[in-house]
Design a binder for this molecule. Structure first.
Ligand SMILES: C[S@@+](CC[C@H](N)C(=O)[O-])C[C@H]1O[C@@H](n2cnc3c(N)ncnc32)[C@H](O)[C@@H]1O
Length: 187
């Protein structure tokens, strides 16, 4: 398998050192007891930190369009034994209304098509009070990441969240290369 297609490229020691997943997840408000969805989980770089943050009492579901990614998640993530795994391309988001309290979408916002439909679906599967956090690549030249033409400006991402119904929408920089955008489903 070429390096580009190898799911394990997302689990490199360099990445763990550069951006420890628990440190980034810890910047956001995953709460004990939360039902968490890791949307576009890949091989699970953030999944274990998300599950830990939801403990005690929480639950984790992971979803990815790629069978190879889900297989790598099953083989390598410490969260695999506890997580519900789903292989599906969104949209639609294949869960019932109000199934989650927290949705995490890292490095995948720029891949969703059509993005407004995916965000409306994420809004639907969140319970009132539920939160969405997206992390993605900033529109600046970087060594890794998607082409600049695919990247979404954080201001535009924030508008997409608002249009999907999210409130308290905020975005901020994560270093020079990335940003987060978050919102809440209030009712
Ligand atoms: C760049 S990887 C990020 C993986 C992980 N979130 C991380 O930060 O390490 C993007 C992942 O999103 C998945 N993906 C892309 N489009 C998707 C879609 N429409 N539905 C579900 N998964 C998707 C890809 O298969 C890939 O595993």
């Amino acid at each position: 398998m070429s390096r580009r297609r190898d799911p394990l490229r997302f689990l490199s020691p360099e990445r763990y050192e550069k951006e420890p997943p628990a440190a980034l997840v810890g910047r956001f408000d995953v709460r004990s007891g939360d039902r968490v969805l890791d949307l576009g989980c890949g091989p699970g770089f953030f999944s274990d930190a998300l599950l830990d943050a939801a403990m005690p009492g929480g639950a984790l579901a992971v979803l990815d369009a790629s069978e190879e990614m889900i297989e790598a998640f099953m083989a390598h993530s410490p969260a695999a034994a506890a997580a519900r795994t789903v292989t599906a391309k969104v949209p639609p988001v294949p869960f019932d209304d109000a199934s989650f309290d927290f949705v995490w979408a890292a490095h995948v916002l720029h891949e969703f098509d059509p993005l407004p439909v995916v965000l409306a679906e994420v809004f639907r599967v969140l319970a009132p009070g539920g939160r969405l956090v997206c992390v993605d690549w900033a529109p600046v030249p970087t060594e890794h990441g998607p082409s600049l033409s695919k990247r979404i400006r954080p201001e535009a991402a924030a508008e997409f969240l608002k249009e999907a119904g999210f409130e308290r929408v905020k975005w901020g920089a994560i270093g020079r290369e990335k940003y987060y955008v978050r919102g809440v489903r209030l009712t």
